[in-house]
Design a protein around this ligand. Structure first.
Ligand code: GDP
Ligand code: CA
Length: 318
């Protein structure tokens, strides 16, 4: 039951799979129409001229029931006939795109070509698909994550998908970030929030590109609402993806203490897993209050419990 509700939004910074699964829990705890998601566009890519926003789409598909739950991304049961045909005809089709998924990218690309901002397109796709919460890309401006490797700098999806995140990451840069402005609604979502939550998403490639928008970082640093993050690192490992290796290769510690160091000054509370309880003091050393919980999202009940722990720590629920 929800008590003490104000109209102020609960604002969640989220990447793809970890973010989307956490959001499933969040909307079991607070009414979805109170939830505003600020999404990552650093992963965006244009295979075959189609504008794909993988993290926004993962949130969109997960919260509208279209998601392929096993993969965590893409449309359940989707086929790849279009891509197969493209390959037969000689296209260099290394970025997997399902047939239904391509339909969404066609609609998005067409609207962007007409000059519509990404935030407006995203809002329309969300409405058509019945997304129960508000999803805003961090910026409408071009912002792309670039990965530095021993062989030079490559685009994010080349690193992630084409190279199966096998390269050693020696640096990360957010191309375009300096000039990126928050998309419409982002400033209000941070300024007027009852609580701000950083989902258990990759801090370096899902959350950092959002924070790379100068006004977003500034608003978070000067927030009046409590800000709570959930550690995506549990027992020294990422539950999926390259977060742990990436943290280490960039000189961070692959632990909640390393996550705390990255978020220092921007968050008030870090939810860490029970098996990392011994690191609580090291989190505290960064001026961040540790909250210990079961942070493994294995099913709907555990997602809801985790969301409740985070929102409770943020004072967003009674
Ligand atoms: P991506 O954009 O699809 O890579 O997804 P995110 O960045 O949103 O999420 C990836 C992160 O989520 C990884 O660092 C995982 O460790 C983390 N993650 C995935 N599942 C869980 C979970 O059940 N609990 C926690 N605490 N973190 C998780
Ligand atoms: Ca992502």
């Amino acid at each position: 039951m929800i008590r003490g509700v104000t109209a102020s939004p609960v604002t969640v910074l989220a990447g793809g799979v970890g973010g989307a699964r956490f959001l499933q829990g969040v909307i079991d705890v607070v009414p979805p129409d109170r939830v505003v998601v600020i999404g990552n566009v650093g992963d965006d890519v244009e295979p075959h001229g189609l504008h794909v926003s993988p993290d926004l789409d993962t949130v969109l598909y997960t919260l509208t029931g279209w998601i392929d739950e096993t993969q965590g991304w893409g449309v359940r049961g989707d086929t790849d006939r279009a891509l197969e045909r493209a390959r037969e005809l000689g296209a260099d089709a290394w970025f997997w795109l399902g047939d239904l998924d391509i339909g969404l990218h066609l609609a998005r690309t067409e609207a962007l070509r007409r000059g519509e901002p990404l935030s407006a397109v995203t809002a329309r796709l969300a409405e058509r698909l019945g997304l129960p919460l508000r999803l805003i890309p961090a910026t409408d401006d071009r912002l792309r994550t670039m990965i530095d490797t021993p062989d030079g700098e490559i685009e994010f999806q080349t690193y992630y998908v084409r190279h199966h995140h096998a390269d050693r990451v020696t640096g990360i840069r957010f191309d375009g970030a300096e000039l990126a402005r928050p998309a419409p609604g982002v400033i209000e979502a941070l300024r007027d929030a009852a609580a701000i939550v950083v989902a258990p998403s990759n801090p370096l490639i899902s959350i950092a590109p959002i924070l790379a928008v100068p006004d977003v970082r500034m608003l978070l640093a000067s927030r009046s609402a409590p800000c709570v993050a959930v550690s995506p690192i549990v027992g020294g490992r990422a539950l999926r993806g390259p977060a742990a290796d990436m943290l280490e290769s960039l000189g961070h510690e692959a632990s909640p203490a390393g996550v705390a160091a990255i978020y220092a000054g921007l968050i008030d509370v870090l939810v860490i897993d029970e098996r990392d309880a011994d690191l609580a003091e090291r989190v505290e050393a960064h001026g961040i209050r540790p909250v210990v919980a079961d942070t493994i999202m294995r099913d709907a009940a555990s997602r809801e419990r985790l969301a409740r722990a985070a929102l409770d720590a943020a004072g967003a629920i009674a």
